[in-house]
Design a protein around this ligand. Sequence first.
Ligand code: NAD
Length: 283
Amino acid sequence: MTKPSFDDLKDQVCVLTGGAGVIGSSIALGLASVGVKTAILDINEEMAVKVAADIESKTGTITKGYKANVLDKQSLEDVKVKINRELGTITLLINGAGGNSPKATTQIETIDKDNISELEKSFYGLEVEGFQWVFDLNFKGTLLPSMVFTKDMLTAGGGAVLNISSMNAYKPLTKIPAYSAAKASINNFTEWLSVHLAKVGIRVNAVAPGFFLTNQNRFLLVDEKTGNPTPRGQKIISNTPMGRYGEVEELQGTVLYLLSGVSKFVTGICIPVDGGYSAFGGV
Ligand code: NAD
């Protein structure tokens, strides 16, 4: 029996979408630390190239930034040609692009007798376009890269896909109905694709980050004027048994585990990395 290690990941080629973001760039650093050659794809080309160059100079592992739009299949097909030429055959995919929008976020948590006259701040004030945007980015933005980049894994005889879910996939959080439903669809799709690809050696799993303070949620969790936690931010901390936000580096171990052969009999699961949030009943 061989000793478990991440050595099998060395020199594999990984596509990481949304890789210039807060979570993506930390994951990319974790990948480089074990020798994975990563293609950081992002709609923000400048940031993708900068993040990749920083990681390559810190770790010495080949890491390259590319512009790509996860909502445009042709853009993904085009970048795949470049990645194949510059890095090689793709055997790992992390679908990291995702997020919420203020346009699909209610201003109030629940309707009650005090705010019933302000329905525009509730569910009734949301526009379908906000829902469409959030569903596109999270679901279609996982679907299309999965179609394009797992093709190499079919010919290579195997590979691993990792989707990024969220706590709200299990229980929806107040204010963010579109993001919650879209992330629930990611868990369901992870299971579906894992079954579809199991016999060709492609594993499909997900990680569900708990609460990490990032650009996407800062407006909900920190008071812009005072810098203090909002009541929602306080509620999150008190519902996280470990009593704090996560540090993005704390996702790296789970990501490497799910990509490497260490988890070779594991497919179709979603692992929460959440300081105990999903285990806690609130009392
Ligand atoms: P982020 O906004 O920092 O990063 C997202 C990246 O995706 C950005 O660099 C952005 O330019 C890129 N992107 C956006 N649209 C794109 C497109 N059409 N094509 C290609 N790239 C695009 O967000 P983050 O906080 O790092 O989140 C990363 C993932 O983790 C998301 O799926 C998010 O939903 C999920 N997540 C985050 C948290 C959290 O606490 N931050 C919690 C749970 C899940």
